[in-house]
Write a protein that binds this ligand. Structure first.
Ligand code: SF4
Length: 232
């Protein structure tokens, strides 16, 4: 399983000094509620079956979420929204994601992200995005045979993903389609294979949800459209 091999290599990566320091610092200075937990404090691998038809592209792990639990969107408010939505669509076997051993399994969906280590303020730098790009590129290359659609959570993921797709040979419209909630783009495969559907969705971050910029229903609606485009 090439994706398992990719994950095994990813978790040893130390290419971004600022993020290595931050992910480890969070594991030392734990949030009080998690004081008795051993933090993962390493790059967070992608999650889901290796033959997924739908990719969900996030931003980066949360310092006390994925960086604590070692699984994407697990143990943080964004994940509560994401996995509840996937469960409501029959794409996850349970609505919650608490820790790595909680039995959560996805159907047809793989969660990935352009930056695999927790950044301060949830804001990676462009240099960190570029340093992590080969991991995202390789992930998508390995998913390519089955991948039909991607739901991109937020503008950062959108900006990160388009150059990866362009480098992989997909022909992007010019000018490049802007990110927006509900944005939809269909990319033709230059090799004549099935097209790839991109869908934009506001990131279900705690801030976006608490300000009402995005609601759980809005996230579920885009995921439903993505799942339909992916044939799930
Ligand atoms: Fe490595 Fe990506 Fe983490 Fe940077 S963000 S240290 S490239 S895994």
């Amino acid at each position: 399983d090439h994706l398992a091999e990719l994950d095994a290599n990813l978790v040893t990566c130390r290419a971004c000094p600022r993020l290595v320091a931050w992910r480890e610092e969070a594991g030392r200075v734990r949030r009080r509620a998690f004081a008795d937990q051993e933090y993962w404090a390493r790059p967070v691998p992608d999650f889901g079956p290796p033959d997924a038809a739908l990719a969900v592209v996030g931003l980066a792990p949360a310092a006390h979420g994925g960086n604590r639990t070692g699984r994407a969107f697990t143990g943080d408010p964004s994940g509560d929204v994401l996995y509840a939505a996937l469960h409501s669509l029959g794409l996850a076997n349970q609505p919650t994601a608490r820790h790595r051993g909680d039995g959560l399994a996805l159907r047809g969906v793989r969660i990935t992200m352009p930056v695999h280590c927790a950044p301060p303020e949830n804001r990676p730098t462009p240099a960190e995005r570029d340093t992590c790009r080969p991991w995202l590129a390789r992930e998508l290359e390995l998913l390519r045979p089955t991948l039909r659609a991607a739901v991109v959570l937020g503008g950062f993921g959108w900006q990160a993903l388009l150059p990866v797709l362009a480098a992989a040979g997909w022909r992007l419209p010019r000018p490049r389609p802007p990110f927006g909630h509900g944005a939809r783009v269909r990319l033709a495969d230059p090799a004549g294979g099935p097209e790839l559907h991109l869908l934009g969705c506001y990131h279900p971050s705690r801030r976006n949800v608490s300000t009402g910029r995005v609601t759980p229903q809005m996230v579920a609606d885009v995921l439903r459209a993505g799942a339909a485009a992916a044939g799930l």
